[in-house]
Design a protein around this ligand. Structure first.
Ligand SMILES: [Zn+2]
Ligand SMILES: [Zn+2]
Length: 151
C-alpha cells in the first residue's frame, strides 16, 4: 500500500530529526493522505474530531508542518492567507487555477511552465528548485460557478 511507503518516509524523517515518533502523528498522516483535495489544518482537525480522534489541534498543526518538510505533503497558498496542504505522494506535480467568484480549484499540468522556470532561473544565474504557479480567474459558465448560480 502507498500509505505504508509514506509512513516509512515519515518515520525515517522523524528519527533523523530526533522528533518523537507517536501514534498521533501517524494518525494525522493517514487522515491527511485520505483527504481528497486541498485542506487547511482546521479542516483536517474537524474531520478527525468527527471520527472520534483524540488528537489535539496543536498536534495536527505541527504534524502537517513536519509532513510538508519531508515532502509527503505539499503546501499551497491560494491567495487567501490560509495554508493548505495536499498529498504529494499519490499525485503527479500540478498547478492550480482558482475561481475568484466561487473558489473552485482546477488542477492542471503544463510542461511549458516547468521549462519556463528553468529558463528564467538560468538567465538570472540560479538553479531552479521549485516554483508555485496559480491562475486566478472567473468561471465562464454560470452553471459551473456556485457564485454565479446563486445570483
Ligand atoms: Zn492540487
Ligand atoms: Zn466560479
Amino acid at each position: 500500500m502507498k500509505n505504508d511507503q509514506a509512513r516509512d518516509i515519515f518515520r525515517t524523517f522523524l528519527k533523523n530529526g530526533k522528533n518523537r515518533i507517536t501514534p498521533e502523528r501517524f494518525e494525522v498522516l493517514d487522515s491527511a493522505l485520505n483527504y481528497i483535495g486541498h485542506f487547511g489544518a482546521d479542516d483536517l482537525f474537524i474531520i478527525m474530531k468527527r471520527n472520534k480522534s483524540r488528537v489535539s489541534r496543536a498536534t495536527v498543526y505541527n504534524t502537517l508542518e513536519l509532513l510538508a518538510q519531508c515532502d509527503v505533503l505539499v503546501k499551497r497558498n491560494f491567495g487567501d492567507n490560509i495554508t493548505r496542504y495536499e498529498s504529494n505522494f499519490k499525485k503527479n506535480k500540478h498547478d492550480h487555477l482558482i475561481c475568484m467568484d466561487c473558489g473552485r480549484i482546477v488542477e492542471f499540468s503544463n510542461a511549458n511552465i516547468k521549462k519556463l522556470q528553468e529558463e528564467i532561473s538560468k538567465e538570472l544565474g540560479f538553479d531552479a528548485e521549485s516554483f508555485s504557479f496559480n491562475i486566478f480567474a472567473r468561471c465562464k459558465d454560470p452553471k459551473t460557478c456556485k457564485y454565479k448560480k446563486s445570483k
